[in-house]
Design a binder for this molecule. Structure first.
Ligand SMILES: Cc1cc2nc3c(=O)[nH]c(=O)nc-3n(C[C@H](O)[C@H](O)[C@H](O)COP(=O)(O)OP(=O)(O)OC[C@H]3O[C@@H](n4cnc5c(N)ncnc54)[C@H](O)[C@@H]3O)c2cc1C
Length: 361
């Protein structure tokens, strides 16, 4: 049995590390370098927080956090800096207060802060309605995590190849038989599509279309005169400030599903309106005053109609997907890998199978 994982971002590498090659041959093909695409473009937040959490989502995330806890014990660096979700309207503040209660009931350190309590987190409360604060959220270097997974996969016997592009997936009678690659044909019994925002292209090769859209994730890296002391702040208006050693990354947290929305993934331009709205954040985060932009980049999220990823078998025998991770792929990758492993071993919680099924819509 030969399994080919396509894509060496955090999702593909986490799956490769989890599968290993004990009783099956596993190959991971990445056309560029490990973790270089969406994974490297991300903010690297390992999120405990969530607005309007549902019990399944919390369980799925906790599974991922348990894996990250084990990796930290093995030396993975992930600083605990926390996240505060900030309400700019009274209605959103009510949702954050409810979310804080639900998170606490699930055993997560979470509290709702009144506007004047935001000052202690480096936020100027004028015009704000409060915040949901979860101090346990961490930040990591996501490309380094993908590299760690790839190293573990290699040690477990997986053939991890970079610089190899998958150009086709061959099928016979609705079942996978091989992949075509930039280095020739490779027979395969199973193909796992973990190509992030490029997923629709591979799906097309087997003749399926899944409900996935893109959202743009522009980011500005700024240097500040003094380090920002607070947690990552995510505003209701979808802008966020993620502290770094030299200053901060200013991003846009867009995760809404818009049917058919696809972007040119080579377009790395940052709009003037995003630069302007990021600049306005200094009204809420005074530590950003006088900050200088030193870098910028764009990543693309892949979003599903219900915000949950698509993980599992499709109608083509042997063709699985692990895509649609929205704004949570760094957080969830190890849990996705567990589910794929469980599916291949026929030992997966039925709720995971159905709630993440690519054919659920
Ligand atoms: C700006 C931004 C900020 C984010 N911040 C966070 C965050 O703080 N926390 C969080 O949990 N999530 C965050 N996310 C989401 C997270 O980054 C993604 O969900 C995650 O990186 C997806 O990983 P992936 O492995 O699926 O995709 P990718 O990292 O894009 O990996 C896919 C890989 O497939 C390869 N590939 C594509 N096609 C082929 C082919 N035909 N043959 C071979 N290889 C191929 C690509 O080269 C690429 O390396 C953010 C996303 C963005 C855009």
């Amino acid at each position: 049995m030969h399994t080919v994982i396509v894509g060496g971002g955090i999702v593909g590498t986490a799956i490769a590390a989890r599968l290993g090659s004990t009783d099956r041959e596993v190959t991971l093909l990445e056309r560029s370098e490990i973790g270089e695409a969406t994974t490297a473009a991300s903010a690297g937040l390992l999120m405990r927080t969530v607005v309007d959490p549902d019990p399944f989502e919390l369980r799925f995330r906790e599974r991922a956090h348990e894996r990250y806890r084990e990796l930290r014990e093995d030396g993975l660096e992930a600083d605990r800096i926390g996240i505060v979700y900030v309400a700019e309207s009274a209605a959103f503040a009510d949702r954050l207060a409810d979310s804080a209660r639900t998170l606490r009931e699930a055993g997560i350190d979470a509290s709702f802060l009144e506007p004047d309590e935001l000052v202690g987190l480096g936020i100027e409360p004028g015009g704000l309605e409060g915040g949901l604060y979860t101090p346990e959220d961490r930040v990591c270097d996501p490309a380094a995590v993908a590299t760690l997974f790839a190293d573990r996969a290699r040690s477990a016997g997986v053939d991890v190849r970079t610089g190899v592009s998958v150009t086709d997936v061959e099928t016979h009678e609705e079942a996978v038989t091989a992949v075509g690659t930039s280095e020739g044909r490779l027979a395969a019994d199973r193909v796992i599509n973990a190509t992030g925002p490029w997923a629709p292209q591979l799906d097309e090769a087997v003749g399926i279309e899944l409900p996935l859209c893109h959202t743009r994730g522009p980011m500005l890296a700024v240097e500040t005169s003094d380090p920002l002391e607070g947690p990552t702040a995510i505003f209701e208006s979808k802008r966020y400030v993620r502290p770094t050693e030299a200053g901060a990354w200013l991003g846009a947290y867009r995760t809404d599903y818009t049917e058919g929305q696809r972007y040119d993934l080579a377009d790395r331009s940052i709009s003037a309106s995003f630069r302007e709205s990021a600049r306005e954040l200094e009204a809420f985060v005074p530590g950003l005053e006088g900050a200088t932009v030193v870098d910028d980049w764009v990543g693309y999220r892949t979003v599903t109609p219900d915000g949950r990823p698509l993980v599992g078998e499709t109608e083509i025998e042997g063709y699985l997907v692990a895509v649609g991770l929205s704004g949570q792929g760094i957080t969830l990758a190890p849990a996705v890998a567990d589910v794929v492993h469980g599916l291949l071993e026929d030992d997966v919680d039925p709720e995971y199978r159905s709630r993440l099924s690519p054919t659920r819509f």
